[in-house]
Design a protein around this ligand. Structure first.
Ligand SMILES: [Zn+2]
Ligand SMILES: [Zn+2]
Ligand SMILES: [Zn+2]
Length: 409
């Protein structure tokens, strides 16, 4: 036919048009000339799909393609019967449906109904039109469609079919629910822990997508009963009593607030996650410095942003515990230089007061760099370090220095 082409037709061959899916439609031939000139195209995407396009040509007139109508599968189009049949079977496969045939025996048009069985639920359906399947709907999504005749698979059958497509841990048991689309998932791992929820209800659909419904799934959200149990467990350890057991409703573990009384009757409002982390009654918690307990005097270097400061301080806890607390609010790095211990907290406290009087400063480190402790910072010089060290060593033989026993507060 090539020899009979006009110059314009000849020039049109090889032209390329973009498709909405990012493909390229190339004019490859003139197909026939009467009653209209019709060209054949090849699409860089669709023509690769031989099952769908192997025996169907992509055709259009010049006018139509120039006006923007796309003749290939890159846009919604009218499929022929053979293509429809292919697409119906594909849609079934993608949706885990077993294709069983067409109502009436053969595919006539888009209104023909498809017969299929849901691979997992065993639901048999012959009410969904080809039209809907091609639009991506299945019986499962079209909840309104009546299921004519469902014979459901047993839980272990569902499990076997699921195991073909997703990883299911060994020992999982699946039981059926009254609703054919829902199952009960029993996990061997989650049955072992002490939380009350051991049977996890889920849809077969989400299971078939690999969404594990138990606590083994990192994004599992503890339900109400589990939260009650956990709150009780944490508060029991503190010998306390929960006040809002019935209302621990918040879905977010971190935001769930637990109101509780400590054994001395102090009221607390803690988040479930803080309780899990071991937080205790805020009123009973030791605050500040207890002069009746043994204590440390410490010297720490805090540094960063090209600056460094010496910080002295006292604590009845371990120095590292106190310093880490300060560090959690600070943007500086630290180095613990010296620690001096004395069994008498009053001595240690008096020593700190004496040093404060010596320096008369409110701290040289900016508050925002070390919000907890900046008032006891001095310049990082040899002179200052020697002074702090010499004061600290007084504690080591403080029992010989009666002046320190005087309460100077
Ligand atoms: Zn295409
Ligand atoms: Zn589990
Ligand atoms: Zn308390």
């Amino acid at each position: 036919m090539k020899g009979e082409l006009t110059k314009t037709q000849q020039a049109f061959i090889g032209c390329v048009f973009p498709t909405p899916k990012g493909g390229a439609l190339t004019v490859i031939a003139v197909l026939y000339k009467k009653p209209k000139v019709v060209y054949e195209f090849s699409c860089s995407i669709c023509s690769l799909d031989l099952e769908l396009w192997g025996s169907t040509k992509i055709t259009s007139t010049k006018d139509n393609i120039i006006q923007g109508s796309i003749p290939c599968g890159c846009t919604t189009r009218k499929w022929n019967l053979q293509q429809k049949d292919t697409l119906v079977k594909r849609s079934c496969e993608e949706n885990n449906l077993t294709f069983l045939g067409y109502v009436g025996g053969e595919l006539v048009d888009s209104n023909t109904k498809v017969i299929f069985e849901d691979t997992f639920t065993g639901i048999y359906d012959d009410t969904v039109k080809v039209l809907y399947l091609l639009q991506g709907h299945t019986g499962r999504k079209l909840g309104g469609l009546k299921i004519k005749n469902h014979h459901t698979l047993s839980g272990s059958d569902v499990l076997t079919r699921l195991k073909d497509i997703i990883d299911i841990p060994e020992g999982v048991i699946i039981e059926r629910d009254n609703n054919p689309r829902i199952v009960k998932y029993i996990c061997p791992v989650c049955t072992q822990d002490d939380l009350p929820t051991n049977v996890f209800t889920t849809s077969i659909n989400s299971l078939s997508k690999g969404v594990i419904p138990c606590r083994c799934n990192k994004s599992y959200v503890n339900n109400y009963k589990d939260k009650q149990h956990l709150a009780e467990k944490y508060v029991n350890v503190l010998s306390g009593y929960i006040l809002n057991k019935e209302t621990l409703k918040d879905n977010d573990f971190h935001k769930t607030r637990v109101l509780w009384l400590c054994k001395y009757g102090h009221k607390n409002d803690s988040s479930l996650s803080n309780l899990r982390g071991g937080s205790s009654c805020t009123s009973c918690r030791p605050k500040g410095f207890n002069k009746n307990r043994p204590a440390y005097f410490y010297i720490v270097r805090w540094y960063g942003f090209g600056e460094s400061f010496l910080k002295y301080g006292i604590t009845t806890r371990k120095v590292i515990t106190r310093v880490k607390e300060q560090s959690s609010l600070s943007c500086l790095d630290y180095e613990i230089l010296y620690e001096y211990y004395n069994p008498c907290g009053i001595l240690v406290s008096n020593l700190e007061k004496e040093i404060k009087r010596l320096y008369k400063s409110q701290g040289v480190c900016p508050k925002r760099w070390l919000p907890s402790g900046y008032t006891e910072t001095v310049e990082d010089t040899h002179k200052n370090l020697d002074l702090l060290k010499s004061k600290g060593s007084l504690l080591l033989d403080a029992t010989q220095d009666p002046t320190l026993f005087k309460d100077v507060s």
